[in-house]
Write a protein that binds this ligand. Structure first.
Ligand code: PGA
Length: 247
């Protein structure tokens, strides 16, 4: 995949049929062929999203997926089901999944492998908590999180990988990481990716990306795009972020 700036919206557990319809219609009207945009919506809205985006330049995906292909796993959703609704990508290992639902590095790696092996683009989230940052563990934590995934993927699976650096303390706080920290972490992650022969893996930043800081963040070296949470719920603001990376 070419390393063009990639803007991914993560709606989290927000939305309703009428709200989604308005949001998706606004995006469809303005996102062009040259943009590189996806939205990750709650499972029940995949059918609506597929229906509304099928003729658009926007791709879509989910926010989680099972590590199993099928079977007696009540409440889980398989990769084949995401393909049934035309998904292009799936967020894997978001910090909210790791912290609130106990997803381990091993589980995240298996999910990434299952997703990539099925042809989906797994968007792997890595990032340190405030406590880990304050005790100087940032590099060790993200290295451990990313290495677990890289070690599990074969060459063709690696070709589908996207990585998002999302410092946990910057998510939903309105306080994005500062440009120097983002640059430093992206250099570290880019180096890890290179050593795993993932030179072309897009490396996104996530954590309080807004219309007001998108230009500054998206033009930092080694930042290939953004994973956007709350600002992706407001179509005007999300479009401003998309426009910030247009040439
Ligand atoms: P935020 O969320 O943009 O609301 O900080 C980012 C994310 O959780 O992916």
């Amino acid at each position: 995949m070419p390393r063009s700036k990639y803007i991914v919206g993560n709606w989290k557990m927000h939305g309703s049929l009428p709200d989604n319809a308005a949001r998706l219609a606004a995006l469809c009207a303005s996102v062009t062929e040259q943009d590189n945009v996806a939205v990750c919506v709650p499972f029940p809205y995949l059918a609506q999203t597929q229906h509304m985006l099928a003729q658009s330049h926007i791709r879509w995906g989910a926010q989680n997926v099972s590590e199993y292909l099928g079977g007696a796993y009540t409440g889980e959703v398989a990769v084949s089901m995401l393909h049934d609704f035309g998904c292009h990508c799936v967020i894997v290992g978001h910090s909210e999944r790791r912290a609130l639902y106990g997803e381990s590095d091993g589980q995240v790696a298996t999910k990434a492998k299952t997703a990539a092996g099925s042809g989906l683009q797994p968007i792997i989230c890595v990032g340190e908590t405030l406590e880990e940052r304050e005790s100087d563990k940032t590099a060790a934590v993200v290295t451990r999180q990313l290495s677990a995934v890289l070690d599990s993927l074969d060459k063709s699976e690696k070709a589908r990988l996207v990585v998002a650096y999302e410092p946990v303390w910057a998510i939903g706080t309105g306080r994005a990481a500062n440009p120097d920290d983002i640059r430093k972490m992206h250099v570290l992650l880019r180096d890890l990716l290179r050593r795993a022969e993932c030179d072309n893996t897009p490396l996104l930043y996530g954590g309080s990306v807004k219309a007001g800081n998108a230009q500054a963040i998206l033009h930092i070296d080694h930042v290939d795009g953004a994973l956007v949470g709350s600002a992706s719920l407001n179509p005007e603001e999300f479009l401003d972020i998309i426009k910030a990376v247009r040439p």
